[in-house]
Design a protein around this ligand. Structure first.
Ligand code: TYM
Length: 336
């Protein structure tokens, strides 16, 4: 508990710009959570280093991610939004936890296997221990709840296992967190291959809607979206393309599958795809406008970043000190 509320923690990698999947599966759902929880959101820049980055671009992307959080409606006065790399406790706790994580567990991580296949020339140790750093992010703040999309579920499970193992040895040090996966939007699929997750690293630009895509691009990509045989707008397992578009449309408009089916009854895929494109473009427009304003206001952004960095560091220090003590690391002596 913090300030009388349960603690919620989440974050995103600071690589490239966000996709509609990141937005609908995570960010859009975060905006109101501060009413119920004490919320912390990280710009996960240390995790991004597992893939080679151009330093100048990377710095820009991290700042841009921070601005997108705020533009999407996360109020930095009500949520602690900070850079992961500005709080050294993440790396320090990550090391300690790596000594409580088995290679057998890490070998089972499907995201590692996928990423290793994609980056065969750079299968570095950070990619392998990525879930341990993620566990450290969450456990450092004693989070009760972690809102994420479906693809992060396995990482949440290993986080729980590490926490329980540590607690069994040292007493109740960590809160064991629960994943919070939204009912709709938790897995937005590629527009070009609806059996694959929408991802920023997709080589086909038409597969992914980026949050900063212009209206024309959004509509064009939806018009080109792969649909299924037949022409009926219906949510069904054998219609992954149409079902994915229905998910997106439902998340953006708040309409149920039945309502969407009724709305497009007898109208065919062309009409439907255009409507989805327009609804998404309309949703993104105010966010993009706000984003541009925030990016231009350097002093505002700098001031909220530094205030929140300090807040996060203060929360983190408490847990880190407790863990160091429990495992028997000696306290630094102060010179008198
Ligand atoms: P990342 O940056 O890949 O994704 C950020 C969030 O977006 C969700 N997401 C999706 N949801 C629905 N459909 C999609 N196509 C889609 N693609 C991505 C993800 O599930 C995630 O919630 N390891 C994390 C970042 C991280 C983190 C943490 C998260 C580091 N430490 C601690 C929570 C708590 C990641 O790579 O997310």
């Amino acid at each position: 508990m913090l300030n009388g509320k349960k603690i919620l923690y989440s974050g995103m990698q600071a690589t490239g710009t966000l996709t509609l999947g990141n937005y609908l599966g995570a960010l859009k759902n975060w905006v109101k959570l501060h009413e119920e929880y004490e919320c912390l959101y990280g710009v996960m820049d240390l995790h991004s280093l597992t893939v080679r980055q151009n330093a100048a671009e990377f710095r820009k992307n991290a700042r841009s991610l921070y601005a997108l959080y705020v533009a999407a409606g996360l109020d930095p006065e009500k949520n602690c939004i900070y850079y992961q790399s500005h709080v050294s406790g993440h790396a320090e706790l990550g090391w300690i936890l790596s000594c409580f994580t088995y290679m057998g567990e890490l070998n089972r991580m499907t995201q590692f296997k996928d990423k290793a296949a994609k980056h065969a020339d750079n299968i570095n140790a950070g990619l392998y221990t990525y879930p341990v750093l993620m566990a450290a992010d969450i456990l450092l703040y004693q989070a009760d709840v972690v809102p994420v999309g479906v693809d992060q579920k396995q990482h949440l499970e290993i986080t729980r296992d590490i926490a329980q193992r540590f607690n069994a040895l040292y007493g109740d040090v960590f809160t064991v967190p629960e994943a919070y996966i939204p009912k709709a939007g938790a897995k937005i699929m590629s527009l070009q291959d609806p059996l694959k997750k929408m991802s920023k690293s997709d080589e086909n630009a038409n597969a992914t809607i980026l949050l900063l895509d212009e209206k024309d691009a959004v509509i064009r990509k939806f018009k080109r979206a792969v649909t299924d045989s037949g022409c009926e707008v219906r949510y069904a397992e054998d219609k992954p393309g149409v079902s994915n578009l229905m998910d997106i449309y439902g998340c953006v408009t708040g309409k149920s599958y039945e309502e969407i089916e009724r709305e497009f009854d007898g109208r065919g895929y062309g009409d439907f795809k255009l409507a989805v494109g327009e609804a998404v473009a309309q949703e993104l427009e105010p966010l993009q406008k706000k984003y541009r304003e925030i990016m231009e206001d350097k002093s505002y952004l700098d001031s909220v970043i530094s205030a929140n960095d300090e807040k996060a560091a203060a929360y983190a220090a408490k847990t880190l000190r407790k863990v160091q003590k429990k495992v028997g690391l000696t306290e630094k002596l102060r010179r008198s």
